[in-house]
Ligand binder design. Structure first.
Ligand SMILES: *Cc1c(COP(=O)(O)O)cnc(C)c1O
Length: 386
């Protein structure tokens, strides 16, 4: 099915709701059945029928179909946040005594899940440098069940070679889970590359308007149903119909937003690459990226999230730069209209007590949908303040 049909038509049985062009919001926690026989049948298959909204809500069901199709997967589940989607997925795949291999420095709460929560239940995780695919194979143990990747990964955007990781996983009967948030459902066809389960923080590009938290996981019907009847129903981090409708609204403009964001990001990155006040630019499609060839091979295009390290020897230089920005909001998250900036130095008081595995002088920048010339001239004046 083509992209426009998925976004406009798939899942929208308009004849059932007065031809409504906008998405109908089923603001109901429960749904009534006609007969006991009908109830009995629905109880056997809550995965496919409206009964109780924690499991199935018709508005959320429209979104499920669209997200699955965009990822090229058979099915999808929608959660109330990206973290919930990742945690429920991982919990579903492992039991006490199992082993996980994760790329080093995944998203902070994925990192917490592996190192702090799962370790309490005798599930161990080995973190590897994912830029070298052999590292995954070297870390394999008899009890390894899952390989978790996030390419490009958070803050410094190192890539993992998806095809090579999938080949290693197949050889050892492991399931590959990918956090694909960076790429939106459009820029990295992970299912096509052999990934088993693809997660997103829908809070970012899928929403696209900085007003909804959401998460998704996509995969085969069988795997998705396994998660549905267990962690999805039990943890209950399902999304509301209102928020699902907002995510569907977000999808309507996803292709045009991603096009504009990637063009803006290209222009800004070209300005930042080799700027005299910048040590290093971290952006998968940067001409200076040593992994550029892999990036171009497995990503169709590149989003608006990038980082720079500032040439300065103390926190003040970084702070002067960030505080001087007029067009960028100091905020976490990304994926909306608004360009944002997030300095790592905010985590601690000084570089002497910096504990994070990323450079203290790193500033993450999200390039949104504003006029790129405006953003560049703002960065230019702020860099002069370093
Ligand atoms: C934001 C983010 C998450 C978590 O998503 P939430 O919707 O905030 O729970 C997971 N992975 C990545 C890469 C993210 O950027």
């Amino acid at each position: 099915m083509n992209l426009s049909d998925i976004i406009t038509h798939l899942g929208e049985d308009r004849h059932e709701y007065c031809g409504s062009v906008g998405t109908p919001i089923f603001q109901s926690s429960n749904f009534s059945l006609n007969t006991v026989e009908h109830l009995r049948n629905v109880l056997k298959d809550e995965y496919h029928h409206p009964f109780y909204s924690r499991g199935y809500n018709p508005t959320v069901a429209i979104l499920r179909k669209k997200i699955a199709a965009l990822e090229g997967a058979e099915d999808a589940l929608i959660f109330s946040s990206g973290s919930a989607a990742i945690a429920a997925t991982i919990f579903n795949l492992v039991k006490a005594g199992d082993h996980i291999i994760s790329v080093k420095k995944p998203y902070s709460w994925s990192n917490y899940l592996f190192t702090q929560i799962l370790s309490k239940y005798s599930i161990e995780t080995t973190m590897v440098d994912g830029t070298i695919s052999e590292n995954f194979e070297k870390a394999i143990q008899n009890n390894t069940k899952v390989i978790f990747i996030e390419t490009p990964n958070s803050m410094t955007f190192e890539l993992q070679n998806i095809t090579e990781v999938v080949t290693i996983a197949k050889r050892h009967n492991c399931i590959v889970v990918l956090d694909n948030s960076y790429n939106s459902p459009l820029f990295q066809p992970a299912i096509e590359l052999g990934v088993d389960l693809v997660c997103h923080s829908a809070t970012k590009y899928i929403s696209g308007h900085s007003d909804v938290l959401g998460g998704v996981v996509c995969g085969t019907k069988e795997r998705i149903n396994q998660i549905f009847k267990s962690e999805y129903m039990c943890i209950g981090a399902s999304i509301s119909a209102q928020d699902a409708a907002l995510l569907i609204r977000g999808l309507r403009t996803l292709p045009i937003r991603m096009k504009q964001i990637s063009e803006n990001a290209r222009r800004v990155a070209d300005f930042l690459d080799n700027h005299s006040k910048i040590e290093k630019l971290y952006w998968p499609f940067a001409n200076s990226n040593p992994q550029l060839e892999l990036a171009k091979k497995q990503m169709k295009n590149c989003g608006g999230l990038m980082s720079i390290t500032i040439k300065t020897d103390n926190y003040d230089g970084v702070e002067r730069f960030v505080n001087a920005l007029q067009k960028f909001l100091i905020a976490t998250s990304w994926g909306g209209y608004e360009s944002l900036v997030f300095p790592v130095c905010a985590f601690t008081e000084s570089k002497e007590n910096h504990l994070l595995p990323v450079p203290w002088n790193l500033v993450r920048i999200y390039i949104g949908l504003e006029d790129s010339e405006e953003l560049i001239s703002d960065l230019k004046q702020a860099l002069e303040k370093v």
